[in-house]
Design a protein around this ligand. Structure first.
Ligand code: NAD
Ligand code: UDP
Length: 315
């Protein structure tokens, strides 16, 4: 296959590049570096099966030649990033998804949308399964991301229903691993960076809010299986080991060998921060025969190793 990966210089996109190339496919990565980095694709320079196109996908997308699959991953993803770029986030979710679908249709390519657990907002049910319609405040600060992704899902379904296109929607739950930006503001790079520097970990609010953290390789496996399946409705991909942010801080400090403890940083919590988030993954298990394989402790060890290298590099 020749696959187009929008957001291909981002954290998840760059791991998808590697996986498709390893399986013998050709990859075209497209990115405007708004939150991604050249560093994430530097190792692919000179690979004849890899092409990079610098482009903002909120503008018309042109890719010469055949394309068999389009994976639309372009979008700021960290709360700090999408609060910094609210309009770009709405545009890439709406116009970017429209352009990526248009290209996909013109090339008769299969289409996969990177959606998110944020479509459930601050959920009133736990765990969240794919039939739950969510609890989202459209005018709250997170609305720019949540509503963009909800609109994107609606657009994908419209292209499927109207044009009979082969579409897939993955609802990604918190994912971490090497190549996250150390300063992207998400809890994993924040905590690991602080732990490595011997600083206290900044726990927002009282730390009782929960998340489930999955390692990047498990997510990539789920995406590959979903793309290959014939399943059109959204599929949650995430782990079900639910822990509070406070508990997570203790685990990170232990894994990194830091004795600096934690500090409560009440004012830093973003309005609308979901109190709970846990996927129901029964659909992924039955449709894709997918289950996460990598334990949090193992994934954290790999990620801490990566961030130690990044932090030891001269700037
Ligand atoms: P990221 O910020 O590392 O990657 C996003 C990439 O998209 C960046 O390289 C950025 O430069 C690029 N981009 C953004 N707007 C663009 C535009 N208009 N044109 C071209 N490129 C653009 O974030 P990530 O964690 O890798 O997230 C990737 C995708 O997965 C996003 O769509 C995100 O919503 C989704 N997702 C991620 C998570 C997670 O836990 N990491 C969870 C749910 C959903
Ligand atoms: N968080 C925290 N300290 C930090 C960064 C984040 O306590 O330094 C909390 C944040 O308030 C949220 C959780 O960690 O409850 C996960 O935040 P993240 O930004 O990783 O993404 P989210 O899951 O909210 O999309």
């Amino acid at each position: 296959m020749r696959v187009l990966i929008t957001g291909g210089a981002g954290f998840i996109g760059s791991h998808l590049n590697d996986r498709f190339l390893r399986e013998g496919h050709r990859v075209v990565a497209m990115d405007n570096f708004i939150t991604g980095s050249q560093d994430n694709i530097a190792h692919l320079a000179g690979n004849r099966d890899f092409e990079f196109i610098y482009h903002d996908v909120s503008n018309f997308i042109h890719v010469p030649g055949p394309v068999d699959a389009v994976l639309h991953f372009a979008s700021p993803a960290s709360p700090i990033d999408y609060l910094k770029y609210p309009i770009q986030t709405l545009k890439v979710g709406a116009l970017g998804t429209h352009n990526a679908l248009g290209l996909s249709r013109a090339k008769q390519a299969r289409f996969l949308l990177a959606s998110t657990s944020e479509v459930y907002g601050d959920p009133l049910v736990r765990p969240q399964n794919e039939t739950y319609a969510g609890n989202v405040d459209p005018v709250g600060p997170r609305g720019v991301y949540d509503e963009a992704k909800r609109y994107a899902e609606a657009l994908v379904m419209a292209y499927h229903r109207q044009h009979g296109m082969q579409t897939r929607i993955v609802r990604i739950f918190n994912t971490y691993g090497p190549r996250m930006r150390l300063d992207d503001g998400r809890v994993v790079p924040n905590f690991i960076g602080q732990a490595i520097r011997g600083e206290p970990l900044t726990v927002y609010g009282d730390g009782s809010q929960t998340r489930c953290f999955q390692y990047i390789d498990d997510l990539v496996e789920g995406i590959i299986r979903l793309l290959a399946s014939d399943y059109v409705a959204p599929v949650n991909i995430g782990t079900t080991r639910e822990i509070s942010v406070k508990e997570f801080a203790l685990i990170v400090n232990q894994a990194a060998g830091s004795k600096a403890g934690i500090e409560y940083s009440d004012g830093s919590r973003i309005e609308g921060d979901p109190q709970t988030r846990k996927p129901d993954t029964a659909r992924a298990q039955s449709v894709l025969n997918w289950r996460p394989q990598i334990e949090l402790e193992e994934g954290l060890e790999r990620t801490i190793r990566y961030f130690r290298t990044v932090l030891s590099e001269p700037v």
